[in-house]
Design a protein around this ligand. Structure first.
Ligand code: PMP
Ligand code: GLU
Length: 387
């Protein structure tokens, strides 16, 4: 009964694990949840107030399929300020979260059998979304030792005549990768030379711990589709607002697709786009970004004192991808990363995501979107487990 297309799709490992942990928590188990990637801060009050006023002001009907013009104009201002590129509202499509943007952008770019390059470890949903568009994911393995650096030479090795595009994701999930300007320029050059489109998922764009990021969109706005949204940078995961900024032809295609499959993103949530983006330097937001930087420092400091635990220091987002291969297998603390995650949960009440979900074995992802007291406890318990 179920279509071939959907039959083989795995549920999102991160969301499934999070749902299980919420259930366990309800039954009284005190779990330190370092699994899901979701800010633990409330949506800032100035944004909530904008939403409440919008309901009274009649932001309660359908908008244009691509999004309300005032919200798209705010995104244009934001892109000009942060990527130094002038864009027109006709190049912007607002959708129900960055995931929805990725899904529709891939459906608009990928033909059956097209191959799409992506670096591994990758975020769980990328391969499934490529397959949903009947494309073939081509992971390019990066290593913690090389700070997960992705180079044109590595991409070249996987390139075939069927390769049509690349997915980039910075700051990266699960590694926190933020590449140098030179590395981004080289990858965009590689895409141009080989006539590949680029999807650049920048959903963690404001969560930067060591300095600015370098958006591929700034290097080639014709070729690159920039995807971002309110979920992570504004603590608005439940509001479901994402956007794709790209050339007019692609934006038109995504808008047509969206006009049939969801009409428009939630109008009340769209009413917050201008308030959020224009309020980017609001103290509530700066406080949250500072807290994430401090947590990053705490995690790096704590984990670097444990032997056999290797990772590259995340420059952005709120994840650390830890390589445990030295501590697994014969004579180790667990058989493999899944076994490690199960034991950590059962014996020490800490939830982490095994690296298999991100296409890499021997590793686990820790999310530090939790208060410092919980992170300290988690590090102590992990240290005890590995001692
Ligand atoms: N891209 C990445 C890399 C993510 O980690 C997430 C997290 N959910 C998303 C996209 C989806 O974001 P949204 O909640 O806006 O759909
Ligand atoms: N992106 C977050 C994560 O990786 C949220 C869950 C999801 O959308 O997969 O944990």
């Amino acid at each position: 009964m179920i279509s071939q297309r959907v039959r083989t799709i795995e549920p999102s490992a991160t969301l499934t694990l999070n749902a299980k942990i919420q259930e366990l928590k309800k039954s009284g188990t005190k779990i330190l949840n370092l699994s899901v990637g979701e800010p633990d801060f409330p949506t800032p009050e100035f944004i909530r107030k904008a939403a409440m006023a919008a309901i009274d002001d009649g932001w309660t009907r359908y908008t244009a399929a691509a999004g309300h013009i005032e919200a798209r104009e705010a995104i244009c201002r934001h892109v000009e300020r942060t990527r130094n590129v002038q864009v027109d509202p006709s190049q912007v499509v607002i959708s129900s979260g960055a995931k929805h943007c990725l899904s529709q952008t891939l459906l608009s770019l990928v033909d059956p059998g097209d191959e799409v390059l992506l670096s591994a470890p990758y975020w769980v949903s990328f391969p499934e979304l490529i397959r949903q568009a009947e494309g073939v994911p081509l992971p390019v393995l990066t290593s913690a030792r090389e700070n997960h650096r992705l180079t044109p030479e590595m991409l070249e090795k996987q390139l075939t005549p069927r390769t049509t595009g690349i997915i980039l994701n910075e700051p990266g999930n699960p590694t926190g990768l933020v590449s140098s300007a030179a590395d981004i320029a080289a990858i965009v050059d590689f895409a141009r030379t080989n006539d590949l489109w680029v999807i650049s998922d920048e959903i963690y764009e404001s969560l930067l711990h060591d300095g600015p990021m370098h958006s591929p969109f700034s290097y080639d706005p014709e070729r690159v589709a920039l995807i971002s949204g309110l979920s992570k940078s504004f603590a608005m995961t439940g509001w479901r607002i994402g956007w794709t900024v790209c050339n007019q032809e692609l934006a038109g295609a995504i808008g047509r697709l969206q006009s049939h499959n969801s009409s428009n993103a939630c109008t009340v949530s769209q009413a917050c786009v201008a308030a959020a983006l224009d309020g980017h330097d609001h103290p509530d937001l700066q406080h949250m970004y500072d807290a994430f930087r401090e947590r990053r420092d705490l995690m790096v400091d704590g984990l670097s004192k444990i032997s056999g635990v290797n990772f590259s220091i995340p420059g952005g987002a709120f994840y650390i991808f830890v390589d445990l291969t030295e501590r697994l297998g014969d004579g180790g603390v667990a058989d493999d990363a899944s076994d490690f995650a199960i034991r950590l949960l059962e014996q020490h009440e800490i939830a982490v995501v095994p690296g298999g979900a991100f296409g890499v074995s021997g590793c686990v992802r820790l999310s530090f979107a939790r208060p410092q007291t919980e992170l300290r406890q988690a590090i102590e318990r992990i240290q005890a487990f590995l001692a």
